[in-house]
Design a protein around this ligand. Structure first.
Ligand SMILES: C[S@@+](CC[C@H](N)C(=O)[O-])C[C@H]1O[C@@H](n2cnc3c(N)ncnc32)[C@H](O)[C@@H]1O
Ligand SMILES: [Zn+2]
Length: 404
C-alpha cells in the first residue's frame, strides 16, 4: 500500500528532521538520500565571505542531549535495536551511544515514510559507518542491503603512515524485496574494442551492440575542489554529479526524493535537474537560502522558467499526517497502565489508574502524533508541569527539585 503524499513538491523545511519526518505520511517517499553528521567530534562552519557564510552545524554528541522519548520509542518498539545500541555503547562510550540513538530514531522514521519499493542511501564515513550499518540491519532487516556503494573521491590528503583515506560508503537499503534500479541510466562503458568485436565479428553477429554494462558499486569522482563552480562553501558539500548519479539510478522521473539532512541542497538541485519531486529538511535556516541561490544559478540558467514559477515552499511548521495515523487503541489507558506497572513516567511515583493522565510524549505542537506509540501515562502533577514541553524539559524541572 502506498500512502498519500501530503507534502507539496519543492518543500524545504527548517527544523529538526525527526520531528518533521514524524509528520510525513507513511509509505509516501520513493528515495531518501541522507548525509548526516558522522560523529567527528568537531563543529563545522562555512568560511566567512563564502555563499554559505553563517552556516554551521555541530557534530559532537553527549549523553545529556539524549531525549527520553528516543529511549522510550526504541525500548518499547524496537527492543533488539535497543540491545544493539547498548552493546555499541560498551565499546564507543556514552557519547557514541548518544550519537547512535540520535541516528536510530531518524532511521526508524526514514523507513516508515518510504514506499514499499522505496530505498534509502545513507552516506557514512569510517567514523561510525559500521555501527550505522548495524542500525540499518536492525531497522530494515539485514537482507535489505542492496549495495555498499563506495564513493572514491580520489583527491585525498596523503600521509606517510597509512593508505590515503579516499572513500566514503553509502549504504543503500531497500524497504522491501523490490526496488528501483535504472541500470540503463547509469551504464558504464565497455573496455575498449572488446564488445564491438564480439558483436560484429564474434558469435552474436546481427544483434544490437549493448550501450554499456552494469556499473560497479565503486564510483570515482573527485570531491569538490576550492575552485569548483558549484562550491558554496557549505561544509561537507557533496558533488552534484554524485547525487545526480544516485537519483538517476535509484528513482524514476516524477518520484519523490527526500533529503532530511539537505545542507546546501545538493540533492534537491539534483532531483530538480533530473525531473524528480523533492522535499528537503535541515535544521539550519541557511539551507533555505542556499536552495534558492543554487536553483537560480544551477537550474534556471538557460531555462525559461522563473524562480517564482518553480514555487518553492519554505515550511517552518510541522506537517500533519493525513494517512489515518490518528489511531489509538480504545483501551490505551489500561494498556499503558499495565506496561508502566502503575508508575508515572515523570516522577516515577506509583498512582491509581484514575489519577493518571494520558500524555503525548512528543507534544502535538512539536509534531507528535496522536498514536499509541506516542502516548504515556503521568500523574496530574507531572502532566501539568510538562505542559507542551518535552520529556527532557520535564525531567530537568523535576531534577531542579523545585516541584518535588
Ligand atoms: C553533512 S551535512 C549535509 C551536506 C549536504 N549533503 C550537502 O551536500 O550540502 C549535514 C547536515 O545535517 C544538518 N542537520 C544536523 N542535525 C540535523 C537535524 N536533527 N535535523 C535536520 N538537519 C540536521 C546540518 O545542519 C547539516 O547541514
Ligand atoms: Zn508524576
Amino acid at each position: 500500500m502506498t500512502g498519500r503524499q501530503q507534502i507539496a513538491n519543492r518543500s524545504i523545511f527548517t527544523g529538526d528532521n525527526v520531528e518533521i519526518m514524524r509528520g510525513i505520511n507513511s509509505a509516501s517517499v520513493d528515495l531518501i538520500y541522507a548525509d548526516p553528521p558522522f560523529n567527528k567530534n568537531k563543529n563545522f562552519s562555512a568560511p566567512i565571505g563564502s555563499k554559505a557564510a553563517g552556516a554551521h552545524f555541530k557534530d559532537r554528541w553527549t549523553w545529556d542531549e539524549v531525549k527520553d522519548e528516543w529511549l522510550g520509542e526504541i525500548s518499547e518498539q524496537h527492543p533488539k535495536l535497543g540491545t544493539l545500541i547498548h552493546a555499541y555503547g560498551e565499546i564507543r562510550g556514552k557519547d557514541g551511544k548518544a550519537y547512535l540513538l540520535y541516528m536510530a530514531v531518524r532511521i526508524i522514521q526514514m523507513r516508515r515514510i518510504l514506499k514499499p519499493e522505496g530505498s534509502l542511501c545513507l552516506h557514512c564515513d569510517p567514523t561510525m559507518g559500521c555501527e550505522i550499518k548495524g542500525l540499518l540491519d536492525a531497522v530494515f532487516g539485514a537482507g535489505r542491503l542492496i549495495n555498499q556503494f563506495i564513493w572514491h573521491y580520489k583527491n585525498a590528503s596523503r600521509g606517510k603512515k597509512q593508505f590515503a583515506k579516499s572513500h566514503d560508503t553509502i549504504y543503500w537499503y531497500g524497504k522491501g524485496e523490490e526496488w528501483t534500479f535504472n541500470r540503463e541510466n547509469v551504464l558504464a562503458p565497455f573496455e575498449s574494442g572488446m564488445t564491438e568485436w564480439r558483436y560484429t565479428r564474434g558469435g552474436q553477429k546481427g544483434r544490437a551492440i549493448p550501450k554499456g554494462k552494469t556499473p560497479d558499486d565503486v564510483f570515482a569522482l573527485p570531491s569538490l575542489n576550492a575552485m569548483a563552480k558549484e562550491r558554496t562553501g557549505y561544509p561537507t558539500q557533496k558533488p552534484l554529479k554524485l547525487l545526480q548519479y544516485l537519483v538517476r539510478a535509484a528513482s524514476n522521473a516524477g518520484d519523490v526524493v527526500l533529503d532530511p539532512f539537505c545542507g546546501c541542497a545538493t540533492t534537491l538541485i539534483a532531483a530538480e535537474i533530473e525531473g524528480r519531486r523533492w522535499i528537503g529538511i535541515d535544521i539550519s535556516p541557511k539551507a533555505m537560502e542556499l536552495v534558492m541561490q543554487r536553483m537560480k544559478k544551477e537550474v534556471m540558467v538557460g531555462d525559461r522558467r522563473s524562480l517564482e514559477k518553480l514555487q518553492i515552499h519554505h515550511m517552518q511548521t510541522f506537517p500533519i499526517r493525513t494517512d489515518g495515523a490518528q489511531k489509538r487503541s480504545k483501551d490505551i489507558r489500561h494498556i499503558l497502565y499495565g506496561r508502566q506497572e502503575g508508575f508515572c513516567r515523570g516522577c516515577d511515583g506509583h498512582f491509581q489508574i484514575r489519577r493518571m493522565h494520558l500524555d503525548h510524549r512528543t507534544p502535538k505542537s512539536k509534531g507528535g502524533a496522536d498514536v499509541d506509540a506516542n502516548l504515556q501515562l503521568m500523574c496530574s502533577h507531572c502532566n501539568l508541569l510538562k505542559g507542551a514541553g518535552t520529556m527532557a524539559e520535564l525531567k530537568a524541572k523535576l531534577r531542579a527539585g523545585k516541584y518535588i
